[in-house]
Every structure is written in C-alpha cells, then in structure tokens.
Design a protein around this ligand. Structure first.
Ligand code: NZQ
Ligand code: ZN
Length: 389
C-alpha cells in the first residue's frame, strides 16, 4: 500500500426527510443562493416546490439556473457565473444528478475568477477558490456529491474535459433515496454501471498489498449487482435505492483509491465518446468495460481479474486466465440484463470517428496504470466495442 492523505469534508445527511437540514446548512454561508437544476425532473417530482418553500420559510433569497443538460455545457456554466457575479451569491445549491452538480461546481469556481471558466479545463487557470456548494442528490451514479471533480462539455470544440480541486468538494449533500424513485430505467441502469466502473477503475491497479481497499471494492460491486436489478424492477424500493445511493458516494469519494495507483482508462475513452455523441456516460461505460477487461488481460493482470471473478461472481477454478475470462463474460451479461446496449455501432457511433476518439484520448500520453494503453491499444478497444466482439 502507498502512503496517502485523505479528508472527507462533505457533511452527509442521508435518509428519508433529510431535507429538513437544508435551511440550517444554507444559513451557515448566507442568505443569497443560486439554485441550479436540470431539465425539469425536480419540478415533476415536487422537490423543486419543497426547496422553494423552505427558502420562503427561512428568508433565503434565490436566483435560478435551470436547464442544465446531461453532459453539462460550458455555456450553462457561463450563465451561472454571470448570475453569481451580478447578484453576490453566497452559496450555490445543486439539485439533481451528476451533471447538475458538476455544472454547479464550476459555476462556484467561476464566480471568483475573472477569466472564462473553460480556462479551468484547458489548464490555463487553476481552481484555487470556489463559492460554497451544497447538493441535493436525485440520481445515484457519479459520486459528485462527495468529491471535488467536475466534467464539462464544450460543444464548440467537441471536447468533454474534467477538472478537480478540493475547494469544489460540496460542503453538504442531502441524500434522500426517495428522490431517486423517479429515475427512469435507463438512467438507473447507467448509474449502476457508472458506480461499478468507478470501483473497477480503482480496483484494477498495479499496487500490491491493498487488501482492505480491495475487499471494500468487492462489497460495493456486489451491492450494485444485487440492488441494480431490484431498483429497475421496483423503482420505489427504498432499500435498493438507498444502497445504490450510498455506494455511489463511497465509490468515488477517495476511499477506494487511497494508497494505490488507479486506472481511469475506460473513463478517459468514454469521455471521448460522449463528447462527440452526447450519450449517457454509464451507457458508454457498459459497452466499453468488458472490451477493456479483455484487452488488458495478460499473464500479469490475469490474477487480479481472476480475483474479481472469484470474489464477486463466485467463479471457481485454479486457472487464472480461464476464471478471469468467465468473470468478464458475467460482467457483460450483467450489463445486458440491465437492458443496456452491447456495442458502439448499436448506439449510433460511426466507425470513421474511432481514430479521432483514440487520438484525442491519448493526446496527452498513455492511459491507465493497470495496463498502459497507447493510441493503437485504445483504437483496438474502440474497434472491438464498435463491432461488439
Ligand atoms: O435534467 P433532469 O430533468 O433533472 O433529468 C435528469 C437527466 O435527464 C434525469 N434525472 C436525474 N434525477 C432524476 C432524473 N429523472 C427523474 N427522476 C430523478 N430523480 O437523469 C438524466 C441524467 O442526469 P445526469 O445528471 O446527467 O446523470 P448522472 O448523475 O449520471 O451524471 C452524468 C454526468 O456526470 C459526469 C458524466 O461524465 C456526465 O457528464 N461524471 C461526473 C463525475 C464526477 N463529478 O465525479 C464522475 C463520473 O465518472 C462522470 O464522468
Ligand atoms: Zn463515471
């Protein structure tokens, strides 16, 4: 295990009715709030009205930035930054999924920056300051509610880029699983895969001696495999939604990756797909992951892939390569059982853009650490995932 420093600054209010903590949390930072939300799911569910009523009851004034899209746009960020600057906003409140939270994070950072917020992604500027941010999570997937990462798309440049800073970590997050009852099946499935992928990216590592991180990771994978199908079949099953929601936060809050090198190649490749095609992040991961696993399997990596197959899928056998292969097959079958597509061609990706995606993904060097991937490796994974074999 490697040395590490870790700090979890987000106050989590988890469970039914925890919105009762909202006003108290906001008033720590001020009374002028920018409310950030997406395309309207929070209006349909009644959550919007609940939040605004709390604002009224406690004398909290607010402005709104609505219409944040999945794969959130830098154009939405720019609108939000302007509102913060014009109206001396004291706290940004994101109500929604990862896209809304990521957009709110960069708005919070942009509010204290004179230049354009896209500079944070082109590395022209570092994020050293951000307004305080709070979240009400409505979709279990990204873990954004408890981490300092944000991923933003720029349609003009056809880029989807990530950034991160400890100052972007939410001060508080309200996690009421009931708010995720209304998540549609395809987003429930994609969210479950996204959580699993975050675990994979940290579990498949070249660092030895991380027994505790690995057993925690396997427990999270088993939780997704158990509860993902239940949440699909019974959208208002509290136990399933609660377990998925808490796993989503734990999977990407720094806990699993502490003390080890992490991979992130599958995520880097997926971001190039959703940059060009605006697909759901978790869907792209569901297609890519089994092909990535197959491609990186060799004599060195097979024992870890076999560990995964044995611990998570209860596959028996002494030959690591055979056991590992069976685990990958189970993974692909599980994703298909969630009704997610199994190839890039099925979702409209064009074969003549694979080279461009592989080039962009490796523009700054090799990907991954479990097995390092160059341009030609990434192209092969994309081609296999395109063909579905
Ligand atoms: O926009 P609304 O109307 O709210 O609808 C959303 C959206 O259409 C809907 N939804 C959310 N909660 C709902 C609901 N519909 C009904 N009932 C509810 N309770 O679901 C759709 C997808 O929402 P989105 O926020 O895009 O999903 P997700 O949470 O999966 O976020 C995906 C984004 O996060 C990035 C992804 O790349 C993608 O841009 N990621 C962020 C990470 C981070 N910050 O740490 C890490 C991830 O790996 C990921 O890259
Ligand atoms: Zn992800």
């Amino acid at each position: 295990m490697l040395n590490f420093d870790i700090h979890f600054p987000t106050r989590i209010h988890f469970g039914r009715g925890k919105i009762e903590e909202l006003a108290r949390e906001i008033l720590v930072y001020g009374r002028r709030v920018l409310l950030v939300y997406g395309g309207g799911s929070i209006k349909r569910s009644g959550l919007y009205e609940q939040v605004v009523n709390i604002f009224d009851d406690f004398g909290i004034t607010h402005l709104e930035l609505s219409g944040v899209q999945p794969n959130p746009r830098i154009s939405s960020v720019r609108q939000g930054v302007e509102l913060c600057k014009e109206h001396e906003i004291e706290l940004v409140l994101a109500v929604g999924g990862g896209s809304t939270i990521d957009c709110a994070k960069i708005i919070a950072a942009g509010a204290g920056y004179e230049g354009d917020a896209w500079d944070f992604f082109t590395r022209r500027a570092r994020i050293n300051y951000a307004l305080p941010l709070g979240c009400i999570l409505t979709l279990a997937a990204t873990g954004s509610e408890m981490n300092g990462n944000a991923v933003i798309s720029n349609k003009e440049t056809e880029q989807k880029l990530g950034t991160g800073s400890t100052v972007l970590i939410p001060r508080f997050s309200i996690l009421d699983p009931e708010y995720s009852f209304s998540v549609p099946p395809e987003q429930t499935a994609a969210g479950t895969v996204d959580i699993m992928s975050h675990v994979f990216e940290q579990y498949f590592s070249p660092t030895p001696g991380t027994f505790i991180q690995d057993r925690l990771a396997e427990a999270m994978l088993k939780t997704c495999i158990h509860y993902g199908p239940i949440a699909l079949a019974e959208p208002d099953n509290y136990e399933a939604r609660a377990n998925l929601m808490w796993t989503g936060s734990l999977a990407l809050n720094g806990l699993l990756g502490a003390g080890k090198r992490t991979d992130w190649a599958t995520h880097d490749i997926e971001h190039e797909i959703s940059a060009l095609y605006d697909i759901t992040h978790g869907l792209g991961l569901a297609i890519l992951t089994p092909y990535w696993m197959h491609y990186v399997m060799d004599e060195v990596t097979a024992p870890r892939l076999a560990d995964y197959a044995r611990q998570v899928w209860s596959i028996e056998g002494t030959e690591d390569l055979i056991v590992a292969r069976a685990g990958i097959k189970k993974t692909a079958e599980f994703f298909r059982s969630l009704h997610l597509a199994g190839s890039l061609s099925e979702i409209g990706v064009e074969s003549d853009r694979l080279i461009e995606m592989a080039e962009k993904a490796t523009a700054h060097g090799t990907l991954g650490s479990f097995k390092k991937l160059e341009f030609s490796d990434v192209l092969k994974i994309l081609t296999n995932a395109f063909n579905g074999k």
